[in-house]
Design a protein around this ligand. Structure first.
Ligand code: SAM
Length: 236
């Protein structure tokens, strides 16, 4: 009788631990962490503070990597922030004097002074973009588009189609992408283990779309000009 009690306790502990582990795995797999945190407006000032260093670093990667994109003289530059997310890239570019159009498929914006535009994720809202463009009659297109850590969220099948749409409205597009190993951790942090589009490519794969420039062991830039041609086929 006395010996049975510890066994029951051990079985109970094993069952409870297994349930806790299972719950943790399910939460990690399904919880949209970003959305929960960002929907709380009281947290926005804290999020903005946390993003201070990151936004400067990423914008410096782009503008130091391609100095010709820097502002010169009085001429305004018109930039598309494609997949703007929290809108910190838009905010940093805006602070540096660029005229930014932020576009995404969902609203995660934490900067009240940035206007985020939403669309369906497949067909760019050309009509709306056209209206914005008329504020800049000297430019038919955006001077450049940036898409930071966006394209691995888009399926490989859809990437060429979306890139071509971007080419038609931007003189050039700068992507910041990351290696698949880092991306796997981001999926856990963002609660996207199962829902993720898994559109990541290696720098070598991206080189069939444009010129790749490595920044760190895990981050790289891809520069795609409006005249660059690429096929939809993965084998080419
Ligand atoms: C990892 S976040 C990056 C956000 C931001 N660019 C940054 O650097 O933090 C990826 C963003 O891509 C957006 N996204 C995913 N598919 C998209 C699509 N088809 N068109 C535009 N944005 C998309 C998501 O809504 C999300 O905001």
């Amino acid at each position: 009788m006395v010996q049975k009690k510890p066994k029951a306790v051990i079985v109970f502990i094993i069952i409870i631990s297994s349930l806790l582990l299972l719950s943790l795995v399910l939460i990690l797999a399904f919880a949209p962490w970003n959305d929960w945190i960002v929907s709380n407006k009281y947290l926005h000032p804290i999020i903005r503070t946390c993003l201070q260093t990151r936004k400067k670093k990423l914008v410096n990667w782009i503008l130091n990597g391609y100095p010709e994109l820097q502002l010169q003289g009085d001429r305004k530059k018109y930039v598309l922030d494609f997949g703007a997310g929290l809108c910190y890239i838009s905010h940093e570019l805006n602070t540096r004097g660029y005229d930014v159009y932020a576009l995404d498929i969902k609203n995660l914006n934490v900067y009240p002074d940035i206007k985020l535009h939403l669309y369906d994720g497949q067909s760019l809202p050309y009509a709306e973009l056209g209206i914005e463009n008329r504020r800049h009659p000297q430019d038919v297109k955006f001077d450049f588009g940036v898409a930071c850590y966006v394209f691995h969220h888009i399926s490989k099948k859809d990437q060429p189609h979306i890139l071509r749409q971007l080419q038609s409205i931007c003189n050039e597009i700068i992507l910041i992408e990351e290696t698949p190993s880092r991306e796997a951790w981001c999926r856990v942090i963002n609660g996207e283990i199962l829902s993720h589009a898994r559109g990541h490519r290696t720098p070598e794969e991206w080189s069939r779309f444009g010129k790749v420039k490595k920044i760190t062991s895990e981050d790289f830039l891809v520069r795609i000009q409006s005249t660059d041609k690429f096929s939809d086929s993965e084998s080419s």
